[in-house]
Design a protein around this ligand. Structure first.
Ligand code: UDP
Ligand code: MG
Length: 324
C-alpha cells in the first residue's frame, strides 16, 4: 500500500439554524483548516464540509447554496423544515461518505483546531474521539450546575455518558455505519455513540463564547433534550414505581396492623374509621404495585421496539485449514 492511499478523507458536519451572522466566519475557518490539514498530509483532497440548514428563516440557506456553488469542498444540505439540532446533525452524518466524520456546531464555540488532534487520535487506531470541555468558565452558574447534575443523574440511572462531552466528536466510517443501525426515532446521539464500543479516546479543549448570533438552545429545548436522554436510555423511572409500590405496601401493612390494634384492642376508634382507612391503604398500595408491574413490561416492550443492534463485530480472524 502506498503512503497516499493511507491518507483518509474527512467530512466535517455542521448543523446550522439561523446562523447567517456566524456562517461567513465559520466557512472561512473550516475551509482554512481543511486546506492546512491537506497540506500537512493528514487528510486527502476528497475531504468535504457538510453544512445542514435546519429549516432556517434567515439567509442561511442562500449563503450555503452560494458557497457550495463556488467551492466543491462545501456540500449544502437543506432540511424541509426545522427538526432540531440532533436531527439536523444526523441528517448531515448520514449524507457523508468519507472515512472520518467530525461533527461541530456552526458557532465554533468548540475549538476547530482540536479537529487536528482528533485526526491524530484516529490514525492511532481510535474510531470514536470525544471532544471534552476542560473548563466551563464561560457558562453561567446555573448552566454549569444543571449540566453537571444531569451527568450524575444519568450515571445513577445506568446511562454512561462521557462527562462534559456534547456533540463535538470524530467517528470512523465503521462507527458511523454502526450508528445507522440504531433506527429508533428518539435518537439520543450522545448516548448511542457511547453504546457503540470500538476503540475510543477523549481530547480536551476549552469552549469559547459564541461570537455572533444567539444561542438556539433556550432552556425549554435544553430540558427537552435532557428528558429525551433519560427516556431514550433508561427505564429507571418505571422501576421507581415498583419500588414506590413496595415501600408503600410495607408502610400500609404496618399501618393496617396499627388500625386493627386501635379498632379491636382499644376503645378509642371512631365508628367508620377503620372500615374507611383499611381499604384505602390496601387499595392504594395494590394499585401502585400493579402500576409498577405494568411499568416493568412497558420497559421491556420499549427495549424491544427500539430494535437496537445486539452487537457490533470489531474484528474477525478466520484462517483456512490448509494454511498450516
Ligand atoms: N441548531 C440546529 N437546529 C436547532 C437549533 C440549533 O441545527 O433547532 C444548531 C445551531 O445552528 C448550532 C448548534 O445547533 O450549530 C448548536 O446550537 P447553539 O450554539 O445555539 O447551542 P448552545 O451552544 O447555545 O448550546
Ligand atoms: Mg453554541
Amino acid at each position: 500500500m502506498n503512503q497516499l492511499s493511507k491518507v483518509a478523507s474527512l467530512a466535517i458536519v455542521v448543523p446550522c439554524y439561523n446562523e447567517e451572522e456566524m456562517l461567513p466566519k465559520t466557512l472561512a475557518t473550516l475551509l482554512a483548516l481543511r486546506d492546512s490539514l491537506i497540506n500537512q498530509g493528514k487528510i486527502n483532497s476528497a475531504s468535504k464540509i457538510y453544512l445542514v440548514d435546519d429549516g432556517s428563516r434567515d439567509q442561511t440557506w442562500n449563503l450555503l447554496a452560494a458557497s457550495s456553488q463556488q467551492n466543491p469542498a462545501i456540500v449544502a444540505v437543506k432540511l424541509s423544515r426545522n427538526r432540531g439540532h440532533q436531527n439536523a446533525l444526523l441528517a448531515g452524518l448520514v449524507s457523508t461518505t468519507e472515512d472520518m466524520i467530525v461533527s461541530i456546531d456552526a458557532d465554533l464555540q468548540d475549538d476547530p483546531n482540536v479537529i487536528t488532534k482528533m485526526i491524530d487520535a484516529y490514525y492511532q487506531g481510535n474510531e470514536v474521539v470525544y471532544g471534552v470541555r476542560s473548563a466551563r468558565k464561560i457558562d453561567s452558574f446555573f448552566k454549569r450546575v444543571t449540566a453537571e447534575s444531569y451527568y450524575h443523574l444519568m450515571k445513577k440511572m445506568g446511562v454512561d455518558l462521557v462527562f462534559n462531552h456534547a456533540d463535538f466528536r470524530l467517528l470512523s466510517r465503521r462507527a458511523l455505519e454502526s450508528l445507522k443501525l440504531y433506527t429508533e426515532s428518539n435518537l439520543f446521539l450522545r448516548g448511542v455513540v457511547r453504546e457503540l464500543g470500538y476503540p475510543s479516546t477523549c481530547v480536551e479543549y476549552e469552549r469559547h463564547a459564541r461570537e455572533a448570533g444567539e444561542s438556539k438552545y433556550p432552556l425549554r429545548k435544553m430540558l427537552s433534550l435532557a428528558w429525551k436522554g433519560i427516556t431514550a436510555f433508561s427505564t429507571a423511572p418505571l422501576r421507581l414505581i415498583t419500588i414506590l409500590g413496595l415501600v408503600s405496601g410495607f408502610a400500609s401493612f404496618a399501618l393496617i396492623l396499627w388500625v386493627l390494634f386501635i379498632r379491636f384492642v382499644t376503645d378509642t376508634a371512631v365508628p367508620g374509621w377503620a372500615s374507611l382507612l383499611l381499604p384505602l391503604l390496601f387499595i392504594g398500595s395494590v394499585q401502585l404495585i400493579c402500576l409498577g408491574i405494568i411499568g416493568e413490561y412497558l420497559g421491556k416492550i420499549y427495549e424491544e421496539v427500539k430494535r437496537r443492534p445486539k452487537f457490533h463485530i470489531s474484528e474477525i480472524i478466520k484462517r483456512n485449514n490448509d494454511q498450516g
